[in-house]
Ligand binder design. Structure first.
Ligand SMILES: N[C@@H](CCC(=O)N[C@@H](CS)C(=O)NCC(=O)O)C(=O)O
Length: 242
């Protein structure tokens, strides 16, 4: 039975799943879902995932959504190298702690930033209100500081001396502002050294391949966007501007 992954590599949870599968030589069929074209609202995709989100894993009639559940499934099913999720309860505790916090503490903040700094102006032709954008940026910086002070501290990686799943998930998220030409690592030597260690562990080629779509999104031509997708995006923008 073949493993199918439905992904858009503009999305950090998708990049985590993609890079993890590649690093661990897990063979999969790749189904690109273009979120910016609204593919996730199609009837075909809704039949796969009624939540209309990516990533999605499918194996026969078994389907999983939520990146962390997918990553854990891959770890257990393919018995990947032990360092991704070591059996030591305290190390595992540190990884779980970050994975539980990051959905709200990092993912949502980074997504809001990418939308407000880059995607909204690209799609609507209008900047977000300056004060709202500054609030979003302040939130990003506050939580990146929390990440550095609480989760990273003075360790090389979140769970100590070796990369784990937590580092992979974290770096994919923290790259999101870079897609909007805001280098969150600049002027933060500890954070930047950690990013470099994670990138070296992943391998620069795979790291670059996984981020190519995000880093090229500035050149995206929005004129072909379907009106129904534009409408949904504008509704989201109005919500974000509040
Ligand atoms: N907590 C979920 C987040 C999934 C998620 O929100 N994915 C985004 C892309 S980063 C998505 O599919 N968004 C489409 C939408 O909400 O319309 C996970 O970790 O997989």
């Amino acid at each position: 039975m073949s493993l199918e992954l439905y992904l858009d590599l503009i999305s950090p949870p998708c990049r985590s799943v993609y890079v993890f599968a590649k690093l661990n030589n897990i063979r999969f069929d790749y189904f690109p879902v273009d979120l910016l074209r609204g593919d996730h609202h199609s009837k075909e995709f809704e039949a796969i995932n009624m939540l209309k989100t990516v990533p999605v894993l499918k194996e026969g009639d078994f389907t999983l959504v939520e990146s962390i559940a997918i990553l854990m499934y891959l770890i257990r099913k393919y018995r990947t190298s032990i360092y991704w999720y070591p059996p030591d309860v305290q190390l595992r505790g540190l990884i779980d702690e970050y994975l539980a916090w990051q959905h709200e503490g990092i993912h949502i903040k980074m997504q809001k930033f990418l939308w407000s700094k880059l995607l909204i102006p690209l799609i609507t032709g209008q900047e977000m209100p300056k004060e709202r954008h500054e609030e979003i940026l302040a939130d990003v910086n506050m939580n990146v500081q929390m990440f550095t002070d609480h989760f990273l501290k003075d360790k090389p990686f979140i769970a100590g001396n070796i990369i784990s799943l937590a580092d992979l998930v974290a770096v994919m998220e923290l790259m999101q502002p870079v897609g909007a030409s805001y280098n969150i690592f600049m002027g933060k030597p500890k954070l930047n050294a950690w990013r470099q260690r994670v990138e070296d562990s992943v391998g620069p080629r795979l790291f670059e391949e996984a981020h190519a779509r995000l880093l090229n999104i500035k050149k995206w031509d929005t004129s072909f966007l379907e009106p129904s997708v534009k409408e949904k995006i504008i509704a989201m923008v109005e919500n974000m501007a509040k």
